[in-house]
Ligand binder design. Structure first.
Ligand SMILES: *Cc1c(COP(=O)(O)O)cnc(C)c1O
Length: 383
């Protein structure tokens, strides 16, 4: 298990415990005043580190960033207003005109749109490869500046041997960035495996309550400084103090929640495997690849043609229909809804996802209740 278990020690380190508070104060201010002229000039010249303006620095946000850096085993972290802001602000800090990015297939749909609708028109070349190519082809990254990874990927949840890909990347001087939202620092620490930069949608497991949209990037001092100097202040997608407070609250129960998500997911994987209507279960578990120590509650299932998916969806009562994941509530997201999504650059269409696929977000409800609901709906869904 990761460093993550030292959460109490981590928490103590970020608290100003003068008043005995066991949660960090929400410092709800836009600016921080200086004691005198010299202190102001010293700060602006970079000789001291007092907060100046909440767009770039705030103590409540810094407390969350400190916890995330520790949890992922990084030197520093920077919070953002959303997961996609963490992804776009991180990529934009490291690309130049003509940069080449190698990206995993089945990447998160809005990450794909960012690559296609913003980076590509600005002269950045993006190529997509199946996960297996990143592992098997030691020279795949020879001509790439950045490898953009997810392990497991979105939608079909293919895991990636991170240590192996990091080794290939280092030989070719390719910067590696991974979206670690699925595994969380509880089940996977990519930095320890040689990956350069970790990004998270903190809206998912880190928040854990489906009540916040936020993101975070964790890496070395040097890489985080590059983001803090450039895209954090100039794109301005900052994390707000109240959201940071909610995320710090989420982190306290992350380990316990992940254990329950895993137990429910294990139960589902075992029982799904026995169902005649199930063609494929996409749910990597502990040791599916080196360094992955657990199974989260987000998986997908491919049914055969005997299942009427709209009928199945409507027959569920505990599982709600919706996007996002990582909170208390169990959800399903049928792939055909994603395939039908309006607008350009549909990644589900681009990467060829089966319309018989259904994504399950197994929440924290009683596992037997969830299974009973799932089985009942399946039995009512024959075409
Ligand atoms: C949700 C999600 C994102 C985007 O995060 P937001 O907080 O919604 O902006 C990025 N990556 C993955 C894997 C996600 O599931």
């Amino acid at each position: 298990m990761s460093d993550f278990q030292s959460i109490a020690t981590m928490m103590a380190a970020v608290l100003d415990d003068e008043a005995g508070s066991i949660t960090p104060p929400i410092v709800q201010t836009s600016l921080f005043a200086f004691e005198n002229y010299q202190a102001f000039e010293d700060r602006m010249a970079g000789r001291t580190n007092q907060s100046v303006y909440t767009r770039v620095q705030n103590p409540t946000v810094a407390a969350f960033e400190g916890l995330m850096a520790k949890a992922e085993g990084g030197e520093a972290a920077v919070g953002f207003a959303s997961g996609i802001a963490a992804i776009t602000s991180t990529l934009l800090a490291f690309v130049k005109p003509g940069s080449k990015i190698a990206c995993v297939e089945h990447v998160y749909p809005d990450t794909y749109r960012f690559m296609e609708q913003i980076l590509r028109p600005f002269g950045i070349e993006v190529s997509y490869y199946p996960v297996e190519d990143f592992e098997a082809n030691a020279d795949l990254l020879a001509n790439f500046d950045i490898a953009y990874l997810e392990s497991p990927s979105s939608v079909v949840f293919t895991p990636l041997n991170l240590a192996l890909v990091a080794e290939h990347a280092k030989r070719h001087d390719t910067l590696t960035i991974i979206d670690n939202s699925w595994a969380t620092p509880v089940f996977q620490n990519p930095l320890a495996q040689g990956i350069d930069i970790v990004v998270h949608s903190a809206s998912k497991y880190i928040s854990g309550h489906s009540d916040t949209v936020a993101g975070v990037t964790i890496s070395s001092q040097e890489h985080i400084a590059a983001i803090r100097d450039l895209t954090l202040p100039l794109l301005g997608a900052k994390l707000a103090p109240f959201e940071a407070f909610l995320l710090t609250r989420g982190l306290r129960t992350l380990n316990a929640r992940m254990m329950q998500h895993q137990a429910t997911a294990n139960l589902f994987v075992d029982r799904l495997a026995a169902l005649p209507q199930v063609r494929k279960i996409n749910s990597p578990g502990a040791n599916a690849v080196p360094g992955l120590t657990g199974r989260s509650g987000l998986m997908s299932v491919e049914f055969d043609d005997s299942v009427d998916i709209p009928k199945f969806s409507d027959a569920l009562s505990h599982f709600r229909l919706g996007v996002s994941w990582g909170g208390f509530e169990s959800l399903i997201l049928p792939a055909r809804v994603g395939l039908a999504q309006a607008g350009p650059k549909n990644s589900m269409q681009a990467f060829g996802v089966s319309p018989n696929l259904v994504r399950l977000n197994l929440g924290l409800e009683d596992a037997e209740d969830l299974w009973a609901d799932f089985e009942k709906a399946l039995n009512q869904s024959a075409t």
